[in-house]
Design a protein around this ligand. Structure first.
Ligand code: PLP
Length: 397
């Protein structure tokens, strides 16, 4: 019989990917399912970036690349960090990977020893806690609620810290809540980190450009802790390049070298063609990114009004990313055709089988009271999906 490792047996299957699979199965049976479970822009990659990939092929970029990525790509990333974030990084402080997901995994595997604690505010992106498991660390969660706009306070952070704390890991803008920490809020957290010089901070900024507020703030802009920050970013969301698999980290030279070593034994440098295209993405006009952001902003307003119109659903007004994460706990204990809805998992499954809308239960994001809707789909589909959800929920007894 098959004897897999304890490591793999302990790992959860990604809930977002699982929900998409179920939705595809229903669609294949001819059911008209509206998919709000996806975590990717519904836009195609801008043409000038695709053209750069074609040119790269024609120019013979078909060989292995340096493990950390082409030097000119890392220089272009350093240029971006300076231009957009006011941060000084050199090319040897940057490692390009197969998606921000690999950058995160590299950072966790490089920093976390068995038994180390990794502090993660909930709700969090589904893979954080699983990566910590792979590194044999222990996740320590800080709970937040819709009332606090899903943000932690300095007091909560302080209370979560123990002598075993090694890493604090978060995303801003946040997937799944869309919350964005302001400069002042980050400054207050930084004050706590200043008192605990052994804690590293993994700052996932992949939704930087899908931010509807004024400006993006990186926690790495605070000099007192900057050497302990690992910035994670990538091309999937801001440039609609999910399938190209391209992300990066920026940190001290020592951490970057360690991630380079990790990557050298697992995947080597990511796709040569994607890397050449990424240089074009970083060095050309950002109009397509801003147009996408404006489309998301408009959809956010539409969906927010429709959510407010559903009695019992409680949502914050997300400031970034492309998700709503409403609290749906007021529906728990109600029943549908005799089935009592116990939790968000059951509600998400019923929304799929009965209302034909695919969402993701909050449980795998560490918040069992909510479900996540992605609004990375057309306005027509969003309006129809919310109509179906409202109709279904109004039938609950
Ligand atoms: N971090 C967050 C918060 C995300 O939502 C995602 C993708 O869904 C990633 C990282 C991974 O992005 P990539 O496609 O670059 O691996």
């Amino acid at each position: 019989s098959l004897k897999l490792s304890d490591r793999i047996n302990k790992l959860e299957e990604s809930a977002t990917i699982l929900m998409s699979k179920k939705a595809r199965e229903l669609t294949a049976k001819g059911v008209d399912v509206i998919n709000l479970s996806l975590g990717e822009p519904d836009f195609t990659t801008p043409k000038h970036i695709c053209d750069a990939a074609k040119s790269a092929l024609d120019a013979g970029y078909t060989f292995y690349t340096p493990v950390a990525g082409y030097l000119d790509l890392r220089q272009a990333i350093a240029g971006k960090l300076k231009r957009e974030n006011g941060l000084e990084y050199s090319a040897d402080q940057i490692v390009v990977s197969t998606g921000a997901k690999q950058s995160l995994a590299n950072a966790v595997m490089t920093l976390v020893n068995p038994g180390d604690e990794v502090i993660i505010p909930t709700p969090y992106w589904v893979s954080y806690s699983e990566m910590v498991k792979l590194a044999e660390g222990t996740s320590v969660f800080i709970a937040t609620t819709v009332e606090s706009n899903f943000k932690i306070t300095p007091a909560q952070l302080e209370a979560a810290i123990t002598p075993k704390s090694k890493v604090f890991m978060f995303s801003s803008p946040c997937n799944p809540t869309g919350s964005v920490y302001s400069k002042e809020e980050l400054a207050a957290l930084v004050k706590v980190f200043e008192k605990h010089p052994d804690i590293y901070i993994i700052s996932d900024e992949i939704y930087e450009h899908i931010n509807f507020g004024t400006e993006h703030n990186s926690i790495a802009s605070f000099d007192s802790i900057r050497d302990r920050v690992v910035i994670i970013n990538g091309f999937s969301k801001g440039y609609a390049m999910t399938g190209w698999r391209l992300g990066y980290m920026a940190a001290t030279k020592a951490i970057a070298a360690a991630c380079d070593k990790m990557q050298s034994q697992i995947t080597s440098g990511t796709c040569s063609i994607a890397q050449r295209a990424a240089i074009t993405a970083l060095t050309s006009d950002m109009t397509p990114t801003y147009e996408m952001r404006e489309a998301f902003r408009k959809r956010r307003a539409i969906v927010y009004d429709l959510i407010k119109d559903i009695p019992g659903m409680k949502s914050n007004f997300p400031e970034g990313a492309f998700y709503f994460f409403p609290d749906v706990s007021s529906f728990f204990g109600k029943s549908y055709n005799g089935t009592v809805i116990k939790d968000a998992n059951e509600l998400a499954l019923l929304l799929l089988s009965e209302a034909h809308v695919s969402t993701v239960s909050g449980e795998s994001f560490g918040d069992p009271n909510s479900i996540r809707f992605s609004y990375a789909t057309s306005e027509d589909k969003l309006i129809e999906a919310m109509r179906r959800i409202k109709a279904f929920l109004s039938e609950l007894k």
